[in-house]
Write a protein that binds this ligand. Structure first.
Ligand SMILES: Nc1ncnc2c1ncn2[C@@H]1O[C@H](COP(=O)(O)OP(=O)(O)O)[C@@H](O)[C@H]1O
Ligand SMILES: CC(C)(COP(=O)(O)O)[C@@H](O)C(=O)NCCC(=O)O
Length: 331
């Protein structure tokens, strides 16, 4: 297999945007960004942060204080504004008894960039604002086709690529959420069995905020030949975040995590990757490199990185998953 090259119009680093007078973003160093926290209290403890972070993600209380408090303050002000707009519009339309639909936040980025940790930390922080006590989190992996279908369609090596998701089911889920329907079911995925869990669902019942996290959430779709307008996942978002880092760093994080999973999750005989717990270190490294290069890096270059300019906010990480720069779309 060959590794895809990045399309010519997709710059690898954010510096390209920053150097451009026409940039739609404001840029902040992490120190500048941290000041926007103002007097937002730190409501998480070190133990809670430890519990919320993914394997191999070193995020700590200091990073929550530096980056995520400002982010939760910003997002909370967006939520409050949308609630105000909702009330004003109902007054304008002389409508009462209208249920507010959830404020939907999309979180995109490469495999292994740390989306899950960010999503879980934000969920906890946002739930502590009076305007949004109920926050739910859904990951898009539940909308992958089951392995039986991927194998039948020869797509197992394309897991995570656009064609490996049941995009219709994903859009129906988001439509139901944004229509304000109660008890909307989302399918679940297991990293242990590497497959969608049959007949297992998470029920989402009109939260104040829904965080929707996955590599594909900012992707557009090919226009059908019949000229029909097709919705995009991000049509349902009120705010979107892209988690960014240099390819070399994400590569290192992926391989390091894989080697760590060998000592932990892969040891479980039910793990799809159980066979990788017993092979030699070098063989395991070769497999991790192959998965990274031929699936996840390819997908990053072809389908994920090109969606970065769609995000409302970009968190750029450096060594150790620490955020170094924040880009916020101008209003
Ligand atoms: N093979 C695996 N076995 C167990 N857990 C995994 C495996 N691969 C990924 N994970 C976990 O699944 C979550 C999602 O991982 P991923 O999709 O790479 O996104 P991200 O690293 O951006 O959160 C992470 O918490 C990660 O630690
Ligand atoms: C399941 C994933 C596609 C991530 O999906 P997401 O939650 O972003 O929808 C990814 O973790 C994955 O399994 N990639 C396939 C190659 C690999 O095993 O690393």
């Amino acid at each position: 297999m060959t590794t895809a090259t990045r399309p010519a119009d997709v710059p690898e680093t954010l510096d390209h945007f920053q150097a451009n007078d026409y940039s739609p973003y404001h840029f902040y160093s992490s120190e500048e960004w941290a000041r926007f926290r103002a007097d937002t209290p730190l409501t998480l403890t070190a133990d809670e942060v430890h519990r919320l972070r993914s394997i191999d993600d070193p995020i700590d209380l200091e990073e929550v204080r530096r980056i995520y408090l400002s982010l939760s303050r910003l997002l909370s002000s967006h939520v409050e504004s949308s609630q105000l707009l909702f009330e004003q519009r109902n007054r304008f339309l002389s409508m009462s008894d209208v249920a507010k639909t959830p404020f939907v936040i999309g979180i995109a980025g490469s495999v292994a960039v740390g989306k899950s940790t960010t999503a879980r930390i934000l969920k906890e922080l946002l739930a502590r604002w009076p305007s949004s006590p109920k926050v739910d989190l859904i990951t898009t992996d539940g909308f992958l086709y089951p392995n039986s279908v991927l194998i039948r369609e020869n797509l197992l090596n394309r897991k995570g690529f656009p064609e490996s998701y049941d995009i219709g089911a994903l859009l129906r889920f988001l439509s139901a959420i944004k229509a304000g329907l109660p008890n909307v079911k989302a399918p679940c995925y297991s990293h242990l069995t590497y497959d969608v869990l049959p007949n297992e669902y998470k029920v989402i019942d009109r939260p104040d905020i829904l965080i929707f996290e996955g590599i594909n959430v900012l992707q557009s779709r090919d226009l059908p030949a019949d000229g029909k307008i097709v919705p995009m996942v991000s049509d349902f978002f009120d705010f979107s975040i892209y988690i960014d880092a240099d390819e070399t760093l994400i590569h290192r994080w992926y391989v390091h995590r894989f080697m760590k999973l060998r000592q932990t999750a892969f040891r479980d005989p039910n793990s799809y990757f159980h066979r990788y717990a017993t092979i030699s270190e070098q063989e395991a490294l070769d497999i991790a490199e192959d998965l990274w290069t031929n699936i996840n890096l390819k997908n990053l270059r072809e389908n994920i990185l090109p969606t970065r300019p769609r995000a409302d906010l970009i968190l750029q990480k450096g060594e150790n998953h620490l955020v170094e720069k924040v880009a916020l779309r101008k209003l």
